[in-house]
Design a protein around this ligand. Structure first.
Ligand SMILES: [Fe+2]
Ligand SMILES: [Fe+2]
Length: 315
């Protein structure tokens, strides 16, 4: 039997399940409004019904979404697993409203195992992200003139990448991590760097690659190439073949550098930043990335303006 929206058994199930969720005292469900819990109950019920009819896709998506949301809230997996137990308990009360109990029990067991696997993966990923964030915060605090550079480049790069439909992962956040190897005297120098100092500075993409390779190979590869240019004048490899993702980080890096007034650039306007990107099409940046920056520019303008340093008060 496939219960319709108006099916009284179905309505009863949703009400009972929402009430059960509300009663799970040591879980985030207890804090939720009963109407919200009813919507959750309905979504879960629909997903289970489709799984019982042979399509586990909606249930997989429901589990993924639940895992993401609960993981962000800092929930423990056992707290969420209690919600699946509650579903089974309510279904036992109304076996005729949901079809055969045994196949449904199989579906729920599968859902619980799938949720636990996903949750474990997410927790590992979150741990990794937290570790990476602390590393980049340590780096940004070294470069006092570019504080928050890594986080800002990530935000800008995400907007450009969205237009292009490419995945940059955490490469924006991590691209300069190799600067941890560059002495503070060079990183914070306000005057122009000497050729010897530049030689050291130009090694930082290699160091980023070495640090990231074991943990985040995709971000490592992008970071290695974030100063490469299609005209072959980039570093450290001098390759003309620049991956799209690396060119996205390069453009985001330039936009942030100009808009946040790095020590060696001074404050310049947003339109100058865009002009620099356009002027360097095919030289420093891939043409498709320049196009994506132009498309994303309206969406980025507020973000870029916020990087401008406060106006200097007269001495
Ligand atoms: Fe860099
Ligand atoms: Fe950078």
């Amino acid at each position: 039997m496939s219960p319709s929206q108006a099916d009284p058994n179905r309505e009863l199930f949703i009400n009972l399940y929402a009430t059960k969720l509300k009663e799970l005292r040591s879980t985030p469900y207890a804090q939720r409004d009963i109407r919200e819990l009813e919507r959750t109950a309905e979504r879960c019920l629909e997903a289970v019904e489709k799984a019982l009819a042979g399509d586990r896709g909606p249930l997989e998506r429901y589990i993924e979404q639940t895992a993401l949301v609960r993981s962000r809230e800092g929930c423990r997996s056992w707290q969420v697993l209690q919600s699946f137990d509650a579903f089974r308990d309510v279904a036992k009360l109304l076996p005729h409203g949901l079809g055969e109990f045994v196949p449904m029990d199989d579906v729920l067991h599968w859902a619980m195992v799938r949720f636990s696997q996903l949750y474990e993966e997410l927790q590992t990923e979150r741990g990794l992200v937290r570790m990476m964030e602390s590393l980049t915060l340590a780096l940004d605090s070294k470069e006092r003139y570019t504080s928050s550079h890594s986080q800002s480049v990530q935000k800008i790069a995400e907007k450009i990448a969205r237009v292009l439909g490419v995945d940059i992962g955490l490469a924006g956040l991590l691209h300069d991590i190799g600067k941890i190897h560059v002495p503070d005297s060079i990183l914070t120098k306000r005057a122009a760097l000497t050729p010897e100092e530049w030689a050291i500075m130009r090694q930082h993409p290699y160091h980023s690659f070495r640090i990231l390779s074991p943990m985040a190979p995709a971000a490592a590869s992008i970071s290695l190439r974030h100063h490469e240019r299609p005209d072959g004048r980039g570093y450290p490899l001098g390759e003309r073949e620049v991956p799209l993702e690396a060119s996205v980080i390069s453009a985001a890096d330039t936009l942030h550098s100009i808009c946040s007034s790095r020590s060696y650039r001074g404050y310049q306007r947003l339109d100058f930043a865009l002009e620099q990107i356009r002027t360097n099409q095919g030289k420093q940046f891939l043409p498709e990335v320049v196009l994506a920056v132009e498309k994303a520019y309206g969406d980025m303008a507020g973000l870029l303006a916020a990087f401008a340093p406060p106006a200097q008060s007269p001495a």
